[in-house]
Design a protein around this ligand. Sequence first.
Ligand SMILES: Nc1ncnc2c1ncn2[C@@H]1O[C@H](COP(=O)(O)OP(=O)(O)OP(=O)(O)O)[C@@H](O)[C@H]1O
Length: 601
Amino acid sequence: MEENNENKYLFQVNLKGMIELLSEHIYSAPNVFVRELLQNGIDANTARKSIEENHKGIINVYLNKVDDTPQLIFEDNGIGLTEEEVHQFLSVIGQSSKRGDFNEKDFIGKFGIGMLSCLVVSHEIVVETRSLLKDKSVCWRGKADGTYTVEAIDNIEKAGTRVILSPKKEWLPLFEKEELKKNILQFGNALPITINFITDEGTEVLVDKDPVWLNKDSSKEDLLEYGRKTFNINFLDAFYLHSDKGQIDGVAYIMPYKVQFSGSKQHKIYLKRMYLCEQANNLLPEWTSFVKCIINTNDLRPTASRESLMDDDVMKEAKKELSNCFKDYLKVLMLNDVKKLSEIISIHHIFIKALAVEDRELLKMFIDYIPFETNKGHMTFLSIKTYNDIVYYTPSLDDFRQIRRIAGSQGKTVINAAYSFEVDLIQKIKISFPDIRLEKITPQDILDTLSDVVISDDERYQQFEKRANDLLKNQYCKAQLKQFDPIDTPAIYVANDEAMSNKNIQNLSNSGNPFAATLHNFIKKEDNMPTLCFNKDNEIVQNLIAIEDETLFNSVVHIMYVQALMLGGYPVNKKEMTVFNDALYQLLIMGMSNFIGKFDL
Ligand SMILES: Nc1ncnc2c1ncn2[C@@H]1O[C@H](COP(=O)(O)OP(=O)(O)OP(=O)(O)O)[C@@H](O)[C@H]1O
């Protein structure tokens, strides 16, 4: 079928809109023009090297003053552009000479939009260029209104390109010497090229050799010194990272202090040795947060904003290889420097635990050194298993708080396994070390081990339980008389998850919540309430049993109730706080009434 060209039109691009899109949505900061210009200089040299293998690339950055305003020139001795190429690549947005080229993968750029970032900060872009392949030079001028001019010039003697920018007034600070230097170094410090910075004060060589972190012969001291200068942290140790997948090389630095498991991770990620971003979320596993990394990838793909890496299959493979570098480092440390390993484990045990869940070999090697929080303080697994035939654990911090005191008095060692991966770790330990008995324990289990008091034997005990129950039911709590150690603990509050949730629902429905009736249906077993266990052998409890005075009895029970809540680490709600304060007030009045008038005698 013949094509009908009559009603066929070309899309028009609104350049002003494109620049706004770039500056406000695609690139996060206006200083990225420095990155884009350095990148074009590097790519032009890469292209030239495919023709002249031994060519030595240079980028000169000139900061001049013209009529009292700064003029910035990025000059490279790369392949340059012919007049046709200027029309084809510089003047068409989205057109790039780097796509489809036989050495496409060696270039950093590919989208054909980077140059536009200069129009965010400069009125126009002037490109003076001479191609290695032609003896003619041209000057291209592009403006934000979408117009450009091209003219022949004769002031360029050798192949290469000069990009000249004149800053917009609002972006003048970016063209100040120190700011510019900082940005060139931020993006370009690892580039495999010489970068000279030339101002009226002279020439400063900013970059001219490989960074220490990419040099496999660097000493540990050099690596640590580099890390200290880059992150302002005195790291504990450093080790190399490498992955064939993604062609990744770099260094991981171990933090000298504890870090949050879910804290923000700031690394330095380079793509083809150009600084890219701080985050490497999908490249490094979650448990690597105890290090800061400086890494370069030659083969992972950037997003169009060039501010993060694409999460693709290569990245998944690279992640595995990098994980192995961490594991290998720790295994070697186990053989060569146990002292350092113990130091790392004692500071970063959370991460080492998460890692050990993934790796059975590491689990077996490290488990003895890993500390756990127990009811007897922090203990390594070695001492836990040495002194206990059965080790208990609780997967909930609330349960642990409740259980820890009473379990200790029963000679039990309980591990607080509140992080989800700690429970996983315990399951893995069970599989890898079937001889070690690890058992889950709940507050209910502890409650079941407290000895019952046969209240029917003594009317006073029956009376006591009834009085305490009548009083505490207003707090959604049962009272029971038990016998347990330690004897100096008058009462403990025991509640499993269901009992706690019943209590919360009860509280909500009592506080005038409009869904009260509906909420009430959520209370499953009516009788599953928290329990306040009074210790029959405790001295205060024995006195309490004998108290007849209603006000005094109620006050003491309320105070013991709130104290037990606090001891177990439970929240104390407004109603509970009120009964506690009232009880204290009553006791004060009663206490003082014994003395009133005595001084007058
Ligand atoms: N210094 C230079 N030397 C030679 N050619 C250049 C130079 N700067 C730009 N070019 C040409 O202009 C084209 C467009 O450059 P631009 O920076 O907009 O995009 P890119 O580098 O191709 O891709 P990206 O948007 O990913 O950076 C390049 O593909 C290249 O052909």
